[in-house]
Design a protein around this ligand. Structure first.
Ligand SMILES: *[C@@H]1O[C@H](CO)[C@@H](O)[C@H](O)[C@H]1NC(C)=O
Ligand SMILES: *[C@@H]1O[C@H](CO)[C@@H](O)[C@H](O)[C@H]1NC(C)=O
Ligand SMILES: *[C@@H]1O[C@H](CO)[C@@H](O)[C@H](O)[C@H]1NC(C)=O
Length: 206
């Protein structure tokens, strides 16, 4: 009897549609920012799933908060992308994790990365980044291994709450001893293959 099937079909639609919508929900502004990042990276073939027709939460390398649809994690790993770090990343203000390791990213690390309020995990290792480390970059888990970073560490690092910091294989200089100390929560610190000059006068206090 079609008259009884019709309502039950409607009921099913009503039940499943909101579930589907929340799984696929994607913040509009975050989606625009991601599409701008894709353009700034010259539309790499590996990001072909990133199209305006689909929810950004289903794209390769993206995780979202299911409630808000905000992008919480962005991974563009080992795609040999040759470009500066795009300014559109500054719009992804719910990012907790950003991994752009093993590309050919060049130019400086923009200070806005360290100002993303939720960011606790940053990997920029294995790129061609130059310049000094911005003072904002006091991120809990931080890897900058194997770039061309120069200059001394920002004084802000002395007060930072770090867990894992990896700065190996750069051209960093100056005194890094302020990263050590018994008041630190550091889990791991890697500094080798730089040109640091250490003052470990107070190392016995560690
Ligand atoms: C998603 O965002 C909401 C609102 O900001 C927050 O309360 C919730 O903890 C987030 N969920 C996860 C899994 O982080
Ligand atoms: C990576 O890109 C550079 C140019 O930017 C190119 O010379 C090199 O062959 C590429 N490597 C791979 C593995 O595609
Ligand atoms: C030191 O770091 C540079 C990159 O900055 C790298 O090319 C070189 O292989 C590293 N040397 C050692 C001994 O790991």
């Amino acid at each position: 009897m079609p008259s009884t099937k019709y309502p039950s079909f409607l009921f099913l639609l009503f039940l499943t549609a909101p579930l589907f919508a929340s799984a696929a929900r994607c913040d509009k502004a975050d989606k625009s920012a991601l599409l701008a990042i894709k353009t700034a990276f010259n539309n790499p073939p590996d990001l072909s799933s990133w199209t305006s027709k689909t929810s950004c939460c289903t794209w390769n390398g993206i995780d979202c908060n299911a409630t808000t649809g905000r992008v919480t994690s962005l991974t563009i790993f080992a795609l040999n992308i040759s470009a500066p770090i795009p300014s559109a990343i500054s719009k992804l203000t719910a990012l907790q994790s950003l991994n752009l390791a093993y590309n050919r990213l060049n130019g400086p690390i923009p200070p806005f990365i360290g100002l993303l309020p939720e960011l606790t995990f940053l990997r920029l290792d294995g790129n061609l980044l130059t310049g000094t480390i911005p003072s904002t970059l006091t991120i809990l888990d931080l890897s900058l291994v194997g770039n061309r970073l120069t200059g001394s560490l920002p004084p802000s690092f002395a007060k930072a709450n770090f867990a894992d910091v990896d700065l190996r294989d750069n051209q960093l200089t100056g005194d890094a001893s302020f990263l050590f100390g018994r008041d630190k929560n550091l889990n791991a610190l890697h500094l080798s293959n730089n040109s640091f000059k250490f003052d470990l006068t107070n190392a016995d206090k560690c």
